[in-house]
Design a protein around this ligand. Structure first.
Ligand SMILES: Nc1ncnc2c1ncn2[C@@H]1O[C@H](COP(=O)(O)OP(=O)(O)OP(=O)(O)O)[C@@H](O)[C@H]1O
Length: 474
């Protein structure tokens, strides 16, 4: 399942485009663990009782005839039917419990992720209220499940223990009072000692067999738990398979158009009659026509929400392509730097070479790269390239952006898409980085509101926020 989730862009599309699963982390960790635990419980709760039923049933039938074990099994069959009729659907209840646990966990996860912002806003009361609501909803559900388990437990015990005892006494009396009593009494010679010995033997077999059948009957709870976890896992599998063939589900105001777009590979970027459509079905641009060959440094401008980043989401195949033809270089020849760069847990070197696993440049070369964004001093200050830290938590916004700017010089792509990624660095650093990019032959596509960046570009794509766009030379 991990492999399916991390295949291509499915991990992004699962929450970014599709809306069926909101907590994939819980589905891929806790739910699978519980499913496996539940499955192993079923195995141990089924195999031993089945063996016991067979063994003790055989022994019992030697003295009581076949009808002895058949009566016991028939009684438990009736019990099973009654329990099935009365029992609530524990499978669905378990699945719902998992969903609520996922929501509770996600709320805590969001506090960990945004603790600094929440602390500055003094948002603890608000967060407390939100977490409390999820906790209340979870505990309410769990207590209702426990109540149902309690009353079902009482019914189970009544039927499986007391009812079974009464049936058992009837069965134990069969040799002496049953239809074949004459044959039995003749065989053992009417000796009360023998009758008592058989009675004790039979009651011991019967108790063991009854226990085994009882365990089997009440294991319906385990079955239902397993069914609940299985339904969660199979839902997740279905969504993963759908996403793999680009089948998305989301409640949209307007129906999504059919995906008819085509991607082609070439060392340029070209949009031919391409609509830019959000996953909600909002058409941000009806038809975009644009051709950028290497060397055409282009700035993209427009009001907030006009679709600047969405253009790159479509170009990067994160969002579905609903029409037209997009021509672009191989993904390895393109780099995208967002406003808030991603810094994975790892060494300082890992931050610079991400997503490469092994560096293709020496530490000296990496230091040279850092010089281009005035960040080389940092390596000595913070313990060298091998220092492992949670850089996301310990670096300032500007320092994170300097790492992202350095990454471009490490990867040296044909096209670099810079999405407001210099907003926290000084104009001097921005100048050094941009001049170096141009010197290295990297074609820049920049989204910015900063006037200071315009001079590095020769073309502009301007969007007005109403679906209109214009591509001009500067
Ligand atoms: N995952 C998403 N699902 C649905 N709609 C989205 C999603 N992401 C963005 N949008 C919508 O698409 C529109 C364009 O968003 P986009 O991020 O491209 O704006 P932008 O031009 O980059 O804005 P800004 O300058 O503020 O960064 C917005 O109306 C936004 O609400």
């Amino acid at each position: 399942m991990n492999q399916k989730y991390l295949k291509n862009l499915i991990f992004y599309q699962m929450t970014g485009i599709d809306a069926r699963i909101t907590n994939p982390d819980q589905r891929l960790t806790q739910d699978i663990e519980k499913w496996a635990e539940s499955l192993s419980n079923i195995y141990s709760n089924l195999t031993k009782p089945l063996l016991d039923i067979y063994m003790f049933g055989r022994k019992l039938s030697e003295i009581l005839g076949l009808m002895g074990p058949v009566y016991v099994i028939a009684w438990y069959f009736v019990c099973g039917l009654i329990i099935k009729l009365l029992s609530p659907s524990f499978g669905a209840l378990i699945a719902e419990q998992q969903r609520r646990e996922g929501k509770f966990r996600a709320d805590h996860f969001s506090i960990v992720n945004n603790s600094e912002e929440i602390a500055f806003y003094r948002g603890h009361d608000w967060e407390n209220n939100r977490v409390d609501k999820s906790l209340m909803s979870l505990t309410k559900h769990i207590s209702s499940v426990l109540w149902r388990r309690l009353y079902m437990g009482t019914i189970d015990n009544f039927l499986v223990k007391y009812g079974a005892t009464m049936v058992a006494y009837g069965i134990l009396a069969l040799p002496v009072f049953g239809s074949r009593s004459d044959t039995y009494l003749q065989k053992i010679g009417d000796d009360t000692g023998n009758i008592t010995r058989d009675y004790i033997k039979n009651s011991s077999y019967l108790i063991n067999m009854a226990k085994a059948i009882g365990k089997l009957v009440v294991s319906y709870k385990d079955m239902q738990s397993l069914a609940g976890y299985t339904s969660l896992i199979s839902d997740t599998y279905k969504v993963l398979d759908d996403l793999d063939v680009q089948k998305y589900e989301r409640s949209c105001v307007k129906p999504l158009p059919i995906m008819r777009g085509v991607f082609k590979e070439k060392d340029l970027i070209k949009f031919k009659n391409v609509p830019i459509v959000s996953p909600n079905g909002d058409v941000l641009i009806e038809r975009l026509n644009l051709k950028l060959i290497p060397g055409m440094h282009t700035v993209i401008r427009g009001p907030n929400g006009c679709g600047k980043s969405s253009l790159f989401r479509t170009l990067g195949e994160l969002w579905p392509l609903f029409g037209g033809v997009v021509t672009k270089p191989n993904i390895k020849k393109m780099s995208y730097i967002p406003q808030r760069p991603y810094l994975p847990y790892g060494s300082f070197r890992d931050q610079l070479i991400y997503p490469d696993l092994v560096p293709t440049k020496t530490d000296e070369e990496l230091e040279e790269i850092l010089k281009s964004v005035s960040f080389d001093y940092f390596i000595k200050d913070r313990g060298g390239f091998d220092k492992i830290e949670d850089w996301n938590d310990t670096l300032s916004g500007g320092q994170k952006q300097k790492i992202a700017l350095s990454r471009i010089l490490y990867h040296k792509p044909l096209f670099a898409i810079l999405d407001e990624c210099t907003s926290n660095v000084s104009i001097e650093v921005e100048k050094k980085a941009y001049e170096k990019y141009i010197e290295e032959g990297i074609t820049l596509i920049t989204v910015t509101h900063r006037e200071s960046l315009i001079k590095y570009h020769q073309y502009a794509l301007i969007m007005d926020g109403n679906g209109n766009w214009e591509f001009t030379a500067l």
